[in-house]
Design a protein around this ligand. Structure first.
Ligand code: GLU
Length: 336
């Protein structure tokens, strides 16, 4: 009978992971112990040498980071925490913050938002000018630089004090008052921000930027300069695993439908020109940044943040991607 049940379960329900990984059995304590153990097992098997990646060097301040750093933090909806390595060290979240700006703009604009920015993967580099000219100033999606500049323009239009009101929003959804911009990183990016200036000028010429260009760029560079630890990042994004509700305060941040759509945009556009690769190998919606961070969401379960500064040729953290691939493979849990 037991054999029959096990056969039935494997065929119709899927394997019982508690048998494959006894450490994932019911006791919360044992699960906790072993997620941490799994992190260290995966990290130790990564086999990625220092010469396989590079730190982002086009923003001078991002070069000054220790390339051996590696941190991971997973927060579950029940507020259980699992971490490994440099998970309490701040790093520059860069493009990951674009998702939070998108959430706020979507909340304020509803479906009108999509008149000014698309929802399709771009298939071009994150700071590409070429496609923008063909598409007459309408960026392909809100997570490439052009799209995030339009989102920044929308927030600048809505708020009296955009930088202050935006960071207050981030502090509210994370419950962490210490999260802040880094003027050091923002100034460094501003000093070399010629491509972003070109993108915004082109969009302004097509009428898709309403505010003063310098005000929007200042907001954008500050947005990208936000610093968080892996623990803070995974807490901040947990509402997207809870269908738009902040799990700590139970306050609804965005509707279930909007939360679904934000996750869908991350799934399709969250990894520059490598979103297909991330979907294929990891199977979770997520977003990366050139600071080496990655956030990934397992709806109804957890959010996980990984940080390792060495990037692959597409601009994604090389160890971070591999770590998440092995994590969803080992746990046999993804959205697919
Ligand atoms: N602030 C960066 C830029 O505009 C963001 C890059 C990124 O993380 O994708 O180039």
């Amino acid at each position: 009978m037991a054999v029959f049940f096990s056969f039935f379960q494997t065929i119709f329900v899927g394997p019982d992971y508690r048998n494959i990984y006894p450490e994932f059995a019911s006791s919360q304590h044992r699960t906790a112990m072993n997620y941490n153990k799994l992190f260290s097992k995966i990290y130790n098997g990564l086999e990625i040498s220092e010469d396989q990646g590079k730190v982002a060097s086009y923003i001078p301040e991002l070069q000054n980071v220790n390339t051996t750093k590696f941190g991971v933090h997973l927060t579950t909806l029940k507020d259980h925490h699992y971490s490994f390595g440099d998970s309490d060290e701040k790093f520059s979240v860069q493009s990951i913050a674009k998702v939070l700006a998108l959430v706020l703009a979507y909340k304020l604009e509803d479906e009108k938002l999509w008149e000014r920015v698309g929802v399709e993967p771009s298939g071009t580099p994150f700071n590409s000018l070429v496609q923008l000219e063909y598409d007459r100033g309408i960026p392909r999606n809100p997570l490439i630089n052009a799209g995030a500049l339009v989102i920044s323009d929308i927030l600048v239009s809505h708020f009296e004090e955009p930088k202050k009101q935006f960071i207050e929003f981030v502090r509210k959804i994370s419950g962490i008052q210490e999260i802040d911009y880094s003027s050091r990183i923002a100034d460094s990016e501003k000093s070399v921000g010629f491509t972003n200036a070109a993108l915004i000028n082109l969009m302004k010429s097509f009428g898709n930027i309403r505010n003063d260009i310098d005000d929007v760029l200042d907001f954008y560079f500050n947005l990208c300069s936000i610093e968080m630890t892996c623990k803070e990042l995974s807490r901040t994004f947990l509402f997207l695993a809870d269908y738009g509700v902040c799990p700590y305060t139970k306050e609804r941040i965005i509707s279930t439908s909007k939360s679904k759509r934000i996750n869908a945009i991350m799934q399709l556009c969250g990894f520059y020109d490598e979103a297909g690769e991330f979907s294929f190998k990891v199977g979770l919606p997520g977003k990366s940044g050139v600071g080496g961070g990655i956030i990934a969401i397992h709806p109804n379960k957890y959010s996980i943040a990984v940080w390792s500064p060495l990037l692959n040729k597409k601009g994604n953290s090389i160890r971070g991607m591999k770590f998440l691939e092995l994590f969803t493979t080992e746990t046999q849990a993804s959205i697919f």
